[in-house]
Ligand binder design. Structure first.
Ligand code: SF4
Length: 229
């Protein structure tokens, strides 16, 4: 356990708080974390603090009345089970065991578990946040209807483990700076090729789902009717 707050309760955890363009939620979350770091020297102090002080420190993040007690409870549960807040032992467990250990705590889902594994323990896990979920759906890296939980498993299969760290940060950056939730800047130079490819994929989809079935029906439904591209 380090003397200052790291991203998760381990020594040496890295933070990723310095993206140049952030939406309001990102900014408020980062402000809350910075406020927590300023006011509490380490995670033991967060665990043992007056609950009201934690809620006040993270108020800008929103839902502080829920998040504050939840953070403290997870810290208490880890301490009760392990005798300390050092998560270094997770480095020696098989990945899925380490993930399952983290996810048994109330409030820790696949994203939080993957963030701790990747950023604090340098384990090969791929966190899917709101930006990654949106962008991977738009560019067709995953089926649109897939849940965010399912997206974690799929994207971990798509990217090679050594690319998780860079892919995570770069897709978030793409989502924040160009492929924004409300107004994606598809005209941006970076996206010109993407946009063309997406149009081709859409045309192909229209052909397969509408044009081909019509041609097939016109030909009397014979099996050797025009084949899709
Ligand atoms: S072209 Fe670029 S901005 Fe538009 S949806 Fe695709 S990735 Fe997002």
């Amino acid at each position: 356990m380090g003397s200052h707050l790291a991203e998760s309760p381990t020594a040496g955890g890295r933070t990723h708080l310095d993206h140049p363009l952030q939406n309001t939620n990102d900014t408020n979350r980062d402000r809350a974390f910075e406020s927590l770091r300023r006011q509490f020297p380490n995670w033991q102090a967060v665990r043992d603090a007056d609950p009201g002080a934690i809620v006040a420190a993270i108020r800008t993040a929103g839902l502080a009345n829920q998040k504050g007690p939840r953070i403290q409870q997870v810290l208490k549960d880890i301490s009760a089970e392990r005798g300390s807040l050092d998560l270094g032992f997770l480095q020696d467990l098989p990945l899925e065991e380490a993930r399952a250990w983290l996810m048994k705590f109330k409030g820790v889902g696949p994203k939080t578990a993957a963030i701790v594994l990747l950023f604090s323990l340098s384990r090969p896990a791929f966190p899917v946040d709101t930006h990654i979920y949106r962008v991977t759906g738009r560019i067709g890296l995953r089926p649109e209807k897939m849940t965010v939980e399912e997206a974690h498993f799929l994207l971990e299969k798509i990217f090679p483990p050594e690319a998780y760290y860079a892919a995570h940060l770069n897709i978030i950056r793409l989502g924040r700076e160009i492929c924004a939730a409300r107004k994606p800047a598809c005209q941006a130079a970076l996206c010109a090729d993407f946009a063309i490819m997406q149009r081709i994929l859409r045309l192909n989809q229209v052909y397969n789902e509408i044009v081909f079935p019509i041609l097939f029906l016109k030909k009397g439904g014979e099996m050797d009717a025009v084949q899709p591209s």
